[in-house]
Design a protein around this ligand. Structure first.
Ligand code: CA
Length: 221
């Protein structure tokens, strides 16, 4: 026994899913359809979707926002966890991927809770701030182009209410963060973001080694 985060063998990962995953059929079908497209690795893992849904429930979140819709797995996970009257704003630029997302949101009966904003996410986020929505979101998830993480984070921090929570995905970047030979823009941006948020007094945080690494940061009141 050790108190360090355990390494998950394939068998242990399967066991984790066997004894904890409660993936609704509509999410399972979305995951299977997404697995067939070349960018499939951009989809979050099902246990991460369930974890984020649990966070939304624990917080009693009503207003959520997401940067990076892709085919809609995370948005659907979150939207299904929102109470009646809850809403999720989700930003993406890709019409093909978000067309898949829209189909499954409708299948799941939550299309009316999800407000998809097609276009550059920074413009959408700045527009929400300009529209007086600063401080109005309970929960946020950032999972889009890595070089823009810091700019997304700053906008999201403005849009979160005090006590609101943001999840930032891929912060371990498949281990590239500790590989000195990896000096591409995305990897450098993730390293810089991780170092910045570690020292950011505006938030409380935890880096959770689920999926590809998920940093959770709560905006301090
Ligand atoms: Ca991701």
């Amino acid at each position: 026994m050790a108190n360090r985060t355990i390494t998950l063998s394939d068998g242990l990962y399967d066991y984790l899913l066997d004894v904890s995953l409660r993936e609704p059929d509509v999410l399972r079908r979305l995951r299977e359809e997404t697995a067939k497209i070349p960018a499939a690795a951009m989809q979050i893992a099902p246990e991460q979707g369930q974890f984020m849904a649990l966070l939304v429930e624990v917080m009693g979140a009503r207003n959520a926002i997401e940067v990076g819709t892709f085919t809609g797995y995370s948005s659907l996970s979150v939207a299904l966890a929102l109470p009646p009257g809850g809403r999720l704003v989700t930003c993406d630029e890709n019409e093909e991927w978000t067309a898949v997302a829209r189909r499954y949101w409708a299948d799941a009966g939550v299309a009316d809770r999800i407000d998809l904003r097609l276009g550059p996410a920074l413009e959408t986020l700045d527009g929400l701030v300009a529209d007086g929505q600063a401080g109005s979101f309970d929960f946020a998830f950032i999972d889009a182009d890595k070089k823009t993480y810091d700019a997304y984070y700053e906008r999201i921090l403005t849009l979160l209410r005090p006590g609101g929570l943001v999840g930032v995905d891929n912060v371990l970047w498949n281990g590239s963060v500790i590989d000195a030979s990896r000096q591409d823009e995305a990897t450098r941006a993730i390293r810089a973001f991780n170092e910045k948020i570690h020292a950011d007094p505006r938030v409380s945080l935890s880096l959770v080694p689920i999926g590809d690494g998920l940093t959770l940061a709560r905006k301090r009141p």
